[in-house]
Design a protein around this ligand. Sequence first.
Ligand code: SOE
Length: 401
Amino acid sequence: MSNRSDTDDTNDGDSETPVSVGMLGYRFMGYAHANALARLPMFFPDAPAISREVLIGQDEAALDAAADRLGFSRTATDWEAVIDEVDVLYNLGPNHLHAEPSISALEAGTNVFCEKPLAPTVEAADRMRAAARDSEAIAACGFNYRFVPAIRYARGLIEAGELGEIRHVRGQYLQDGWVDPEVPWSWRLSEELAGSGALGDLGAHTIDLVRYLLGGRVGGIERVSGHLATFVEERPVDGGDESNDTTDTDGDSAGTETRSVTVDDAYSAQLAFASGAMGTVEASRFATGHKNDHTIAVHGSTGSLKFSLERLNELEVLREGNRGYETISVTDEGDPYMEAWWPPGHVIGWEHTFVHENSEFLSAVAGGNEFRPSFEDGYEVQRVLDAIARSDERGEWVPIE
Ligand code: SOE
């Protein structure tokens, strides 16, 4: 791997020492975050300079090619050998690899950005948040939908009391990437590797948004009633490495070997808040016709709001006294993050949420400031996911433990 001079995302020859980044994982989330790092100097010049130092993975050939495309100076196949050589470790690996590298990095004083869900289990998430508490380093959990301008705008309306007393929140995360039973097995279908299916992969986002938007206004989730379902119990194994993320492969299964699906393909749950407010949340990987359809609605005593990721530049708001919803284009200069991009009305996309998230996280690292969502937030989400799964097993409401 040749060393490169163009992998330092320095800001206009800034003399500051770049924040060095090690990135574990180089598929879907690797591209999302490496793209975000590359955009920072141009659109968020106040963010610290970044050096894309080392890309970490198992398959050396794939790793080399990925390092070229993602702009990393070198590669490594052993995360333990490099976690104390960088300022930040991005842990973008499969869920079962979230705990150990993140904990080791924090113990070495290295800042950590770990993708969601924080861990496959609430026990592992608890160990991760304990390591973050014991470390001076910053520990972030990758709930990128907090960094959608319309979501930030929505939170401002709720916080300002524009909706009045909160009565309902309802969230859906609908995809259909697994409807075809021939889509090969992936680590995302294994309870041992992922922890859960749609519940943790998609539901984690929704539960985090519920917490982020409603904050202290509903007194937290007290108990839940959950239902999980698996529609396809076996899937073909493709020729690639078993941790292949099927969303990244061509989906052709080479042989006749099959492997069991040991997680949910869909979940639904009811949430009871301390304030008496009600929540209804669900996610499915079998919502035929829905590609990445994350929606959330909040209904209060004097108003409501509705957000859809498929129209992420807009927010539908019903204000007191109006007969119907108004559709607000959250693209004005004064709207969250929008001054970094284009004139009003020039819409942004899914990938921009990662640029916003990384600018905030890396600025917090450079300034030694708190960053949210943290490992504490990731742990609180994991407690809710765990309760939903326990409720499904018992067939009754269960408290958050
Ligand atoms: C699942 O396909 C997935 O990639 C999630 O893992 C991501 O968190 C979500 O943003 C998009 O869908």
